[in-house]
Design a protein around this ligand. Structure first.
Ligand code: 13P
Ligand code: SF4
Length: 354
């Protein structure tokens, strides 16, 4: 949708006034009207690194969701301020694992006598509290672009992995990339006593998957894959690893948002693609690559924006930039010192993965 020219001009002017004092990061799922003002775009791994590489910027405006802004705050220096243009931009998946629930889970693992063998691996899509838990217990963070390397590392440190909070990324990586079987995985349900698992099940498992998922990617089904293959002969199905296991198993290619973009850049003219990830990104890619003769469609016909990513819109960005340009700090995301210390440990283990 075309952006309001008045708001575009205001955003441009405020950004110009701020100059090098501000650095704007935009996740690939952001709206076009926001992406046009991003100094850099990326997947969550790339953005975490890019935020850390800008020590001269006083303000990091994070156009993405809450856990990404927290991670940026953890990785930047204390005098840099990370700002989230709408504080209501959370992530339903990250909310599926609270610090209390995860502490309770660790008690269950301790009771079953296996806690010492377990290494936590937490998806970037988690709160700073969960990242701190991970760091405290010798674990690492991962993103969809390095989950396999993170799991390999974890299995060098211990015999079992507790994977938080996305069961699909955990299962898909273990089974599709690392050759484990579905039987090696159990699902810990934080809403059931003992996670709904017996001590024996826990002792037999290699992967203990937290029962969390992405409400956007969880909507793609095996039917959507079969449908698109019937509709478009020769189509390549490319999905994000947050999709359910049967969808990933039926796809031709699987990868993070950054991987998806690279795959389409490298695709030959005339090729056809069905993409299973957030709709803002798929639309942008379809428009970008249409002139090169690459046909790109959305994997499912039902609309699939991430509603929290979409909360960051041009009016919120204008308000944020104008406030900062007026010397008024708004919507700062700040992780407390103790949480930061251990969360940083876990994030740095990820950044050090080979
Ligand atoms: P990536 O950008 O790491 O692929 O993650 C997708 C996502 O869902 C972020 O919330
Ligand atoms: Fe969270 Fe899913 Fe939205 Fe990503 S797409 S921010 S995982 S709800």
């Amino acid at each position: 949708s075309p952006s309001d020219p008045d708001l575009v001009e205001r955003a441009r002017a405020a950004k110009e006034k701020l100059g090098d004092k501000v650095f704007v990061l935009g996740h690939h799922y952001q709206r076009d009207e926001v992406i046009q003002f991003a100094d850099v775009t990326g997947d969550s791994f790339k953005l975490a690194r890019d935020a850390a590489a800008r020590p001269e910027a006083e303000y990091i405006v994070f156009c993405g969701v809450h856990f990404m802004a927290e991670s940026a705050d953890i990785l930047t220096s204390d005098d840099q301020k990370v700002v989230l243009p709408d504080l209501a931009a959370g992530c339903s998946m990250a909310d599926m694992a609270t610090a209390e629930q995860v502490a309770e889970c660790w008690d269950v693992l301790t009771e079953a006598g296996i806690a010492e063998q377990v290494v936590p691996v937490s998806y970037m899509n988690s709160s700073a509290d969960i990242k701190a838990f991970t760091g405290r217990h010798g674990g690492t963070i991962c993103t969809s672009s390095n989950a396999e390397r993170a799991l390999e590392w974890a299995f060098e440190q211990g015999e079992k992995v507790l994977f938080l909070p996305d069961q699909h990324l955990g299962r898909n990586t273990a089974v599709r990339d690392m050759g484990m079987s579905l039987e090696d995985c159990v699902v810990y349900n934080p809403h059931r006593p003992n996670g709904g698992l017996t001590a024996e099940q826990l002792r037999d498992a290699k992967m203990i998957l937290w029962r969390g998922h992405c409400s956007v990617h969880g909507r793609f089904s095996l039917e959507s894959v079969d449908d698109v293959r019937a509709r478009i002969p020769g189509v390549n199905v490319l999905v994000h690893p947050e999709c359910r296991h049967e969808v990933v198993a039926a796809a031709d290619y699987v990868g993070s948002t950054e991987y998806i973009i690279k795959a389409l850049e490298a695709a030959p003219a005339g090729s056809k693609w069905a993409i299973g990830t957030e709709l803002n990104l798929v639309r942008r890619l379809a428009n970008r690559f249409a002139p090169e003769g690459k046909e790109i469609v959305f994997l499912d016909k039902t609309v699939c924006f991430c509603s929290t990513m979409n909360r960051i819109d041009l009016p919120h960005l204008v308000w944020t930039l104008e406030s900062l340009a007026d010397g008024k700090l708004v919507n700062r995301i700040e992780v407390d010192r103790e949480t930061e210390e251990f969360a940083k440990l876990a994030l740095e283990r990820m950044l050090a993965l080979p």
